[in-house]
Design a protein around this ligand. Sequence first.
Ligand SMILES: NC(=O)c1ccc[n+]([C@@H]2O[C@H](COP(=O)([O-])OP(=O)(O)OC[C@H]3O[C@@H](n4cnc5c(N)ncnc54)[C@H](O)[C@@H]3O)[C@@H](O)[C@H]2O)c1
Length: 341
Amino acid sequence: MAPPRVVVAGAGGRGVGCMSTIAASPNHGVIVAYADPHGPSREKAAAVSPGARMFEGWREMLAEVECDVLLVTAPQYVHCEIVLAGLEAGLDIYCEKPMAHSLEDCNRIVSGVKASDCLFYVGLQLRTVPVLKHMKKLVDSGVVGKPSMMFARELRAPFLPKVDDWIGDENKSGGALVEKNCHHFDLFNWYCGSRAVRVNAIGGKALTAEDGGNVGELLDHAFVLVDYADGTRACLEMCFFCPAFAHELEIVGDNGRRLVTDLEQLKLWEADQETRSFQTWNYELRQAHGDPSGWLDFLDCRALAPDNAASLARAEAGRDSVQIALAAQESIKIGATVTLQ
Ligand SMILES: NC(=O)c1ccc[n+]([C@@H]2O[C@H](COP(=O)([O-])OP(=O)(O)OC[C@H]3O[C@@H](n4cnc5c(N)ncnc54)[C@H](O)[C@@H]3O)[C@@H](O)[C@H]2O)c1
């Protein structure tokens, strides 16, 4: 398959990062145009893709440029209108996570994908991280039986500044759990294969941005509990004022075995208390970051025969991850359990 001609909507931090990944390997695509209303972003994009056409508005770009793939790396509050226009134009779409900032927009994208023959892909790239893929393979092979309890733990530094500070405005970003932890809720959904039915969370903002917390009113810490229809339970612990990075995931199955990873190592613990034996697989941390793999996975999907069901499943996964995050934020606000429809 010829490398796709790619147009990019949103050439900020993520957009230019993805453009660099693509530019590094011409077999993986050719950036033919990009659109961004922000002058300094366009200048950075021009340095990465000097041969590509530059636009201020994505509508003009879509109207004027012949292309195969639309890469949506604008902030999530504009994902829906861009994605729907891209589908209407018959383009395959790579849309960054979170799929949208609101459930309404997520549902509109799901409907648009359902009605289209185009490939749709959401950048929930933790699914492509080698160690987490391996964990999925082990879970699916039944090594832990049925996953009963799942734990994810993310400790990290606050969000990086964004163009016009859109991230600090919940009406644009959807909130901290939507922006970042849609990744983890997606992993929970992916590993257990069931449907979240209830969410309960506590959390808040312990530090001001000046003291090392997130910007605006965004949460900087939370504990989120998720109940699944099949009885599986999951817990996310997140803290955004801890530059001493930690990213851990654990699954305990109904056979007492336990899978644990910190991205560098995956351990499968036997249930046997006496021997406390386990198997290990080791990974390099850099494999988990840098994210060329998200794009390669997208290309792999593109190389397969058109599969509307797969595109729809990805759109639904994008929506389901955002729905849990929104419910968790709602639960924190109202101080009660939120039931998912
Ligand atoms: N998957 C990941 O690991 C990951 C990492 C970072 C960001 N992201 C996602 O990528 C998206 C962008 O984040 P970022 O960090 O690049 O933010 P950013 O603020 O650095 O860049 C966003 C860019 O989009 C532009 N923009 C705003 N409205 C636009 C519009 N209507 N059309 C075209 N461009 C528009 C802005 O001018 C800016 O240049 C967000 O959805 C974010 O959640 C994903």
